[in-house]
Design a protein around this ligand. Structure first.
Ligand SMILES: *Cc1c(COP(=O)(O)O)cnc(C)c1O
Length: 415
């Protein structure tokens, strides 16, 4: 029987379970045991019908929650009209989205792609090309931060500052230097006329939910202005309203030369973008870079609806209100469980609870216990519990999340 070809009936009707993952997927991930099948707002249901409160938003992606009506409407409308043409043609949704992004930010120009890594790849390549054409090939070094995360392509993962992610992939691209985050002296020491760009996450996400200080970003801006390097902000995780401003740089009042955005931009429909000025964009002429799906009408129609929903004063002021409440809730829990947590850090609705010394390395255990209680939360490394709820989170849902987390902690402490 086993060597007979599988019938249509077998492949479509045989149930898929978490075990199927281990049988048929390349094991790059180790997903949790429950398999979500439906989501609405911040509510998620698994295969058994169990309900969860989602404080992960797919790692800062579904910032308007699951199945947001305005986003579903934009997708369905565009799906019935025009899906894809290829870059030999432009299209109305991409032009509307590029215009909206340039009107809303420092940027004059946008390059579209399909993920955060691709947005960073475009930024790093453009920084090299700009420097090559303006100053010559000796200006090629990219300076990035320890613990930074910029994606998983070979170039972006090498620029990222987590050596465990490059292990086994040598030879790695060269011309990359890593400096400690938030260390102005180290940045000064790393600068030079061979540097084409400094890249930084205004709020490090994977690296532990760590905001840059304003002084640090200001110092990087000044260094870049002095030495002719470009300043790249990776806002793939902290952008699109997450910190209470459309982009985090707006909170800091420090303007980059390039900004990368993805994750929440499509609320789950894959899209990424690299934003820059006209003077820099001019070095990416026809043929210099590209991607088949970049700027396709479906993704752009969805992203435009996301941007129009999030980028209003009322929406962003509610994000700040919800952020203050979540921070207060987490702070109270941290002080009620001082043996577990040493504090809370982050920005807006991007918050991390830092584990105390006695609980180091146990973030995954807490997130698993929370899931058992019906709360989905993330970790950032093994020592930080990370909260990235949809920006539409209500006061009641924040209170519920607090209660579920307390229950999980009591279960763990009692065990
Ligand atoms: C997630 C992330 C990326 C990579 O985005 P992908 O869409 O997974 O390629 C890059 N930078 C930051 C800061 C991220 O959080």
């Amino acid at each position: 029987m086993n060597d007979l070809p599988r019938t249509l009936h077998e492949t479509t009707v045989a149930p898929v379970t978490r075990q199927t993952f281990d049988a048929v997927m390349v094991p790059t991930y180790a997903p949790t045991t429950m398999v979500p099948v439906r989501g609405l707002g911040l509510d998620v249901w698994d295969q058994t019908g169990k309900q969860y409160l989602d404080f992960t938003a797919g790692i800062a992606v579904t910032s308007l929650g699951h199945a947001h009506p305005a986003i579903v409407a934009a997708l369905v409308q565009q799906a019935g009209q025009l899906w894809h043409l290829g870059n030999g043609y432009t299209n109305e949704p991409v032009l509307r989205l590029a215009r909206a992004l340039t009107e809303a930010t420092f940027a004059d120009r946008v390059f579209f792609c399909n993920s955060g890594a691709e947005a960073n790849e475009a930024a790093f390549k453009l920084a090299r090309k700009y420097a090559h054409e303006k100053s010559g090939p000796q200006r090629s070094r990219i300076v990035s931060c320890v613990n930074a995360f910029h994606g998983r392509t070979l170039f972006t993962v090498s620029v990222g500052g987590q050596p465990k992610y490059t292990e086994g992939f040598a030879p790695l691209p060269g011309g990359i230097t890593h400096i400690p985050f938030n260390d102005i002296d180290a940045a000064r020491a790393a600068a030079g006329d061979d540097v084409c760009a400094f890249v930084v996450e205004p709020v490090q996400g994977e690296g532990g939910v760590m905001p840059a200080t304003a002084a640090y970003l200001q110092a990087l801006r000044a260094l870049c202005d002095e030495t002719g390097a470009l300043l790249i902000f990776d806002e793939v995780q902290c952008g699109v309203g997450r910190t209470g401003a459309l982009y985090a740089y707006m909170n800091y009042g420090v303007v980059p030369d390039m900004l990368t955005t993805a994750k929440a931009l499509g609320n789950g429909y894959p899209i990424g973008a690299m934003l820059t000025t006209s003077a820099i964009a001019a070095h990416f002429g026809p043929g210099a870079h590209g991607t088949t799906y970049g700027g396709n009408p479906l993704a752009c129609a969805v992203a435009l609806a996301v941007l129009e929903t999030i980028n209003t004063p009322a929406f962003l002021s509610r994000v700040n209100e919800a952020a203050a409440l979540l921070r207060q809730t987490l702070n109270t829990i941290a002080s009620d469980y001082p043996q577990v947590f040493s504090g809370v850090r982050g920005s807006g609705l991007m918050l991390g609870m830092v584990l105390a010394d006695g609980w180091r390395g146990r973030a995954k255990e807490i997130s698993k216990a929370a899931e058992t209680e019906g709360l989905m939360v993330l970790i950032a490394g093994m020592d930080v519990l990370r909260f990235l709820p949809a920006l539409t989170v209500s006061d009641i849902q924040i209170a519920q999340a607090g209660q579920l987390l307390r229950r999980a902690l009591d279960q763990l402490a009692g065990a």
